[in-house]
Design a protein around this ligand. Structure first.
Ligand code: ADP
Ligand code: MG
Length: 697
């Protein structure tokens, strides 16, 4: 048996190791720097670098890398070895200077920058983020870093996240001060990102170009067994999957990731891993690590981990529930209903701030989870709809109603509640958690944002959440700071905001058609696709919001907008080209070969038995020839559309992809799926859904 507490964090240069290995004054200045987010003193950096390198070499590292998060959903790394020639000798020593720890200059001209850098000044720079620990993985010391352009514009997903955490902390501090700092002086957002994924056999995966280049199947008839029996969710984990999960946990624990829960998900071959929550910055780094370790561990087991939101049509998709709360510097969860009247009042204020923020900025939250891959999931049966709403559970909703109407709260005990004077009735946690159809649910002491897709970096949604809640708290603090009757004004503030934003509260079935109509009546946004959602990013009011809280400059927003659009159209383009390739080089030839086989059979049979025989073969041939002809026609349409799309500029191209290319691919798919169900299996060249979904035992 492995000793888990000993393994946990063994590959991380964490606080314990810093304390152990750094001189005390250096350790203290480093901690202070990390907390303040300040620049590291070069003298300190040199010592930290040396100690870090010594430890990393003991762990078997020969290289270091500045690990960063460019505007893709994955991380980037460039490895440099520690070797340095000995002065005047032939050999080398292992050396790592403070400068190398603190700054890097990756030639990142091939990473997306959305026009922020010209090629002649393509070098970005990376800078160490000492608030996230360095770690050793596969013989390399990884240093978490931010990635900026020379003029300081963020080119990554970490920089704006750190800025948003800071902005939010500042506003929370003002609120806490108003309540006498009882719960602490400041706070950070906490995040627990539940990660869903599929595991399939690698050999089968390699036989499907669509899985290899797009991460999803572009065709495939429905499996004969789907989720009808509900026998996979929480089912016994199969041995091969169990072995994978055990390795995955061990690897993640070594890296200090708090992997906690694992289980089978709703679809065959679908699983989930949930970590314990931690600060938003580290949680984001850890989710990136989790995805990358999932992929590499799967490989070791002859498996492939699919992180795409919708690898299989008609089968449950994968999401990444983003659990979010606020943790004060004294360890108080600010979204936990309190024990005293004043704690309750503070809780209600934070709760109301989140409700206001979500209502005011539905567009940004929707935009933050928009991608070509997530479009296949949002609005589908198992995923939250594209409409943003907040579910609070019945008790809390009743309570807010009572506050709004100055009426009695009709909970278990009938009570009249005066905020700041009365204790709130206990709100049972488990009943608030059960609305699985809500995109944004209050689950007792945190909010669960269920729209992010499985492959998305959680940075984006958390940047938006942090910023919009900062704005709401800023507004509240400004009103209350000038108040002469705190108690009365607090009551009024909460009441006014409940009235103003209660349209966003919805506890019913988010999947139902009637909700879509009701939401429209309430004036809630319903931005169905990425092409609909992205343009809100560059709206004047949203740009002013991000600017006000120092999260994004205008230039950064426009560059990101461009990258997101390019990413969307680029993804659709790759998918279309892949489909075209598979049809031309495999599906049409297979169809033709089977047609020939049928012709041969018919000739043989009718030669022996006469013209009237071979009726089955003849009708099969007729059907397949008809489908084959249809396929050729639709293929031509799709090819034309792909060519046309390439000539368009960013937004029109995205809209064209949505309105023309994707539907053309769907038309093609319908015919392919019909063929798959009719062509003799020995002629069909691709693993089917049955093969793929039941391949791992
Ligand atoms: P469920 O989704 O079934 O309610 P849990 O309540 O156990 O499951 O939590 C799901 C996720 O929420 C876990 O990753 C957990 O760490 C995270 N979580 C719990 N409390 C918080 C919090 N205060 N802030 C952020 N995430 C949290
Ligand atoms: Mg959940």
């Amino acid at each position: 048996m492995e000793n888990i507490p000993e393994i946990f964090g063994s590959a991380v240069f964490n606080d314990e190791k810093m304390r152990e290995r750094l001189p005390e004054d250096i350790y203290r200045s480093l901690k202070a720097t990390a907390v303040a987010g300040a620049r590291l003193d070069p003298h300190i950096a040199n010592i930290v670098a040396e100690k870090m390198k010594d430890w990393a070499c003991e762990m078997g590292a020969t290289h270091f890398t500045h690990w960063f998060q460019p505007m893709t959903n994955i991380t980037a790394e460039k490895h440099d070895s520690f070797i340095t020639p000995v002065k005047g000798g032939d050999g080398v020593i292992m050396e790592f200077r403070g400068k190398e720890l603190a700054y890097g200059e990756p030639d990142a001209s091939s990473l997306p920058n959305g026009g922020l850098r010209n090629t002649f000044e393509a070098r970005g720079y990376t800078a160490w983020d000492p608030s996230s620990y360095a770690f050793v993985k596969d013989g390399t010391l990884f240093i978490p870093t931010v990635f900026c352009s020379y003029s300081g514009e963020a080119l990554d997903k970490k920089t704006p996240l750190l800025r948003s955490i800071q902005a939010l902390g500042k506003q929370v501090s003002r609120i806490l001060a108003l309540f006498g700092n009882v719960s602490g002086k400041s706070a950070i957002p906490t995040v627990g990102a539940e990660q869903e994924y599929f595991l399939i056999d690698k050999e089968l995966y390699l036989k499907r170009l669509d899985l290899v280049t797009c991460g999803r199947t572009l065709f495939g008839a429905p499996p004969t067994k789907g989720q009808e029996l509900h026998d996979h969710y929480f089912g016994a984990i199969k041995p091969r999957v169990k072995a994978f999960m055990k390795d995955l946990d061990t690897e993640l624990w070594k890296l200090g990731v708090l992997a906690k829960t694992k289980h089978n998900e709703a679809a065959p071959s679908q699983h989930e891993l949930a970590p314990l929550f931690t600060g938003a910055n580290v949680a984001t780094d850890h989710n990136q690590l989790t995805m990358s370790v999932m992929r590499s561990t799967a490989e070791k087991h002859g498996l492939v981990c699919l992180l795409h939101e919708k690898p299989f049509k008609g089968v449950n998709g994968s999401g990444k529930h983003n659990n979010w709360s606020l943790l004060s510097d004294t360890g108080v969860n600010l979204l936990e209903p309190g024990e005293t009247p004043s704690e309750n009042a503070q809780f209600l204020l934070f709760l109301t701030a989140v409700i206001k923020a979500v209502d005011d900025h539905q567009d940004l939250l929707r935009m933050s989870v928009a991608s070509a891959s997530n479009d296949h999931r949002l609005g589908a049966n198992e995923a939250p709809p594209a409409i943003i709403s907040v579910s609070l559970g019945e008790e809390l909703t009743d309570l807010l109603d009572a506050l709004e109407n100055k009426a009695e709260y009709k909970g278990k005990k009938r009570v009249q509640i005066e905020i700041g004077a009365d204790v709130l009735p206990k709100i049972p946690k488990d009943t608030t958690d059960r609305n699985r159809t809500s995109p944004f649910a209050f689950t007792g002491n945190k909010f669960e944002f269920r729209m992010p897709g499985s492959s998305l970096s959680v940075s984006g949604p958390n940047i938006v959440l942090n910023t919009i809640v900062a704005e709401a708290l800023d507004d509240f603090a400004t009103r209350l700071e000038s108040s002469s009757d705190f108690h009365a004004d607090l009551n009024k503030l909460i009441r006014d905001n409940i009235v103003a934003h209660k349209r966003i509260i919805f506890n019913g079935d988010g999947y139902s058609k009637s909700w879509e109509e009701e939401a429209a009546r309430r004036g809630l946004l319903n931005l169905k696709t990425t092409a609909d959602a992205l343009p809100c990013f560059i709206k004047e009011e949203n740009r002013r919001l991000f600017e006000k809280y120092g999260v994004f400059t205008d230039a950064e927003i426009f560059s990101r907008y461009r990258i997101l659009l390019e990413n969307y159209s680029g993804t659709v383009d790759i998918e279309a080209l892949t489909l075209i390739d598979m049809v031309k080089r495999n599906i049409l030839p297979a169809t033709e070969a089977y047609e020939n086989e049928l012709c041969d059979l018919i000739m043989k049979k009718s030669g022996i038995l006469g013209e009237a025989s071979a009726a089955t073969e003849k009708s099969a041939l007729e059907k397949i020839s008809r489908l084959g002809e249809e396929l050729v026609g639709l293929l031509g349409d799709l090819e034309k559309k792909v060519t046309y799309s390439k000539g368009l500029t960013a937004l029109p191209q995205a809209v064209y992809c949505k309105e023309e290319v994707l539907p053309a691919m769907e038309d093609l798919r319908e015919v392919i799926d019909a063929l798959e169900s009719s062509v003799d299996a020995t002629f069909w060249r691709f693993p089917t859904y049955n093969d793929l979904l039941y391949s791992v035992n």
